[in-house]
Structures are given as C-alpha cells and as structure tokens.
Design a protein around this ligand. Structure first.
Ligand SMILES: NC(=O)c1ccc[n+]([C@@H]2O[C@H](COP(=O)([O-])OP(=O)(O)OC[C@H]3O[C@@H](n4cnc5c(N)ncnc54)[C@H](OP(=O)(O)O)[C@@H]3O)[C@@H](O)[C@H]2O)c1
Length: 283
C-alpha cells in the first residue's frame, strides 16, 4: 500500500476546533453525519449552511446542529471550513466568505474539478486550501477520498484533513495533477462496479439462482475480494491465481472474460472518465 495512505478509522475527536460545512447537500450531509456519529467533533462545534431556509430548519432538526443560510456568519465561527457547494457556485461562495478568512483557517473543498489555485485566488490571499475527492460509498463508511494540498498548507493541516475524511473511509494523499485521474477511478468507479455486480447477479439468475440470492452473492463476492486485496496487500493477479485451478471452472470463465475484453474495457472506461474530468476542469 502507498505510504501516504491512511487506513486508520480514527475516532480521535478534535475538541479544540470548530468546523463549518458550507453547502450541506448529499455529500456534505454524509460528512456531517459521519463526523457526529464517529464523535469527531461535538455537535455544538459544527455549523452547516444550505441555500434554502426551509431546508436549513429541516436539517437542523435532523442532525441536531446549527444549520443556517449565511455562509459568512458560519465561516466567521469556524477554524476549518469545508466547501460542499456545486463547482459552479464555489467561486461566489469563497468570495463571499473572504472577509472571515485569516491565516490559520483551513479551507477544504470537496467540489469536483475546482483547482486549489482558483480557490486561493477567490479567497484573495495566501490561505490554506486543501482539495478532497470523496466518493459515494462514504455513505456507508467505505468511501475512498483522495486529498491534495494547495500552496500554503502545513503538514499538520494535511493530517487534519486526512483525519476528517477518515470518518467516511480510507484516504490517500496525491499531487493535485492526479485529481482528474482520481475522479475517473474512485469517483466514477462505484458506477462501474455496480454494473459489474448487476451483471454478475444477472448471470446468477441465468444459471438458475433466485434474483435476491444472486444479487447478495455477487455483491458479497465483490466486497470480499476487495477486502482481500486491501487486507492481505497481495497483488490482485496473485489472488486470482490462487482461485484458478488448472483445467478447472474458473479458468474457463477467465477465458470468456479475456475474449470479451473486460480488462481493456475497464481501462478505457477509467481513461475516458478521466479525460472528461479534465475537460470539465478546464471549463
Ligand atoms: N455527490 C457525490 O457523490 C460527490 C462526490 C464527490 C464530490 N462531490 C462534490 O460535492 C459538491 C456537492 O455535491 P452534492 O452531490 O452534495 O450536491 P447537492 O446535493 O446539490 O448539494 C449542494 C448543496 O449546496 C447548497 N447550496 C447551494 N448554494 C449555496 C450557497 N450559496 N451557500 C450555501 N449552500 C448552498 C444546497 O442547498 P439547498 O439544499 O438549500 O438547495 C445543497 O444543500 C459538488 O461540488 C460535487 O462536485 C459530490
């Protein structure tokens, strides 16, 4: 495993800090709930914002924290400011909170495609900006988040960002130049794997299994195989060889996969998704 990977599912709270989450939609909501559930921070030390007052009230009730529609007010109260609005709204939101920024405050954006340099410019100074790219399995604590640092980020701030995203799964630190590739692999990856699971389940039905059992077996087999790769640290090819008996059943199936071009299709899918992320990032 990469030496910068953090596999620790840390529960260590950060009692001295205050967090604001600006833009608490699907992903922001997943994060806020994980912070609270994992005891990362006390409810009174976290504040969230959304665009609509009615939603603010509903979320406040649901999460048991303060949820408002005033980004500047929330940013003034926080040491760590998470930015979770849509990419096209980010510039306006950062400009709007600029009066609340000061050295030492940490901005962490999880908006896709927006570069740290653009956020630093919108903030109007040498502020600490980190970019994070989480994925949707964060909802069940099995997310994969890549993190990269802007120009003015200390090692402690980077470690803090890793600690924050460790509440929803595994984190890796990458150079910013790799963020589009991350979007293509772990950002889009869940959709690719759902299709594989769906196809495996369909295959199970085709060979006579009830659909619910076929789906469970397909999903659990995918989960177990991923767990084997992560926990043994063995190369996937080696693990595959261990399942493949000479002249057995698995090797017959593998021949079909190779003929069908599964391997090259997946490589092309990630490449294409990465290219698209690059296109979107350059506007
Ligand atoms: N969903 C994912 O899988 C995923 C993965 C990685 C990264 N991201 C990134 O996460 C960001 C949010 O995505 P999402 O899927 O969570 O979108 P979303 O559900 O539409 O959430 C956006 C939130 O921003 C709020 N908002 C809009 N304008 C605002 C403003 N000016 N000030 C404060 N809040 C404002 C909205 O408030 P209302 O609810 O009141 O409308 C909404 O709650 C995006 O930049 C996306 O690239 C998402």
């Amino acid at each position: 495993m990469n030496s910068t990977e953090n596999t620790g599912r840390t529960d260590a709270p950060i009692p001295s800090l205050r967090i604001a989450v600006l833009g608490t939609g699907k992903m922001g909501g997943i994060l806020v709930q994980a912070f609270l559930r994992r005891g990362l921070i006390l409810p009174e030390r976290i504040i969230a914002t959304v665009a609509h007052e009615a939603r603010a009230q509903a979320l406040s009730k649901q999460f048991g924290i303060s949820v408002i529609t005033d980004n500047l007010k929330a940013a003034q109260q926080a040491d760590v400011i998470l930015l979770g609005v849509k990419p096209q709204q980010l510039d306006d939101v950062v400009r709007g909170i600029a009066p609340a920024l000061q050295p030492g405050k940490l901005l962490i954006s999880f908006a896709a495609s927006v570069k740290t340099k653009a956020i630093e410019q919108a903030a109007g100074g040498k502020f600490s900006v980190i970019r994070a790219m989480p994925n949707t399995p964060a909802m069940v604590g099995a997310g994969a988040t890549a993190i990269c640092r802007g120009s003015y980020v200390s090692d402690e701030q980077l470690a803090l960002a890793q600690q924050i995203f460790s509440t929803v799964g595994r984190t890796v630190v990458v150079d910013e130049k790799h963020m589009d590739a991350v979007t293509g692999l772990s950002g889009s990856g869940p959709a690719f794997l759902y299709i594989i699971i769906e196809a495996l389940a369909e295959a199970g039905v085709n060979v006579g299994l009830p659909r619910d059992i076929a789906t469970l077996l397909a999903a659990q087999t995918t989960f177990g195989s991923a767990k084997m790769v992560l926990e043994t640290g063995s190369h996937p090819a080696l693990l595959k060889d261990e399942v493949t008996t000479p002249a057995g059943c698995t090797v017959e199936g593998i021949l079909e996969l190779e003929e069908g071009g599964l391997r090259v299709t997946l490589i092309k899918a990630v490449k294409r998704a990465t290219e698209r992320a690059r296109e979107l990032a350059s506007g």
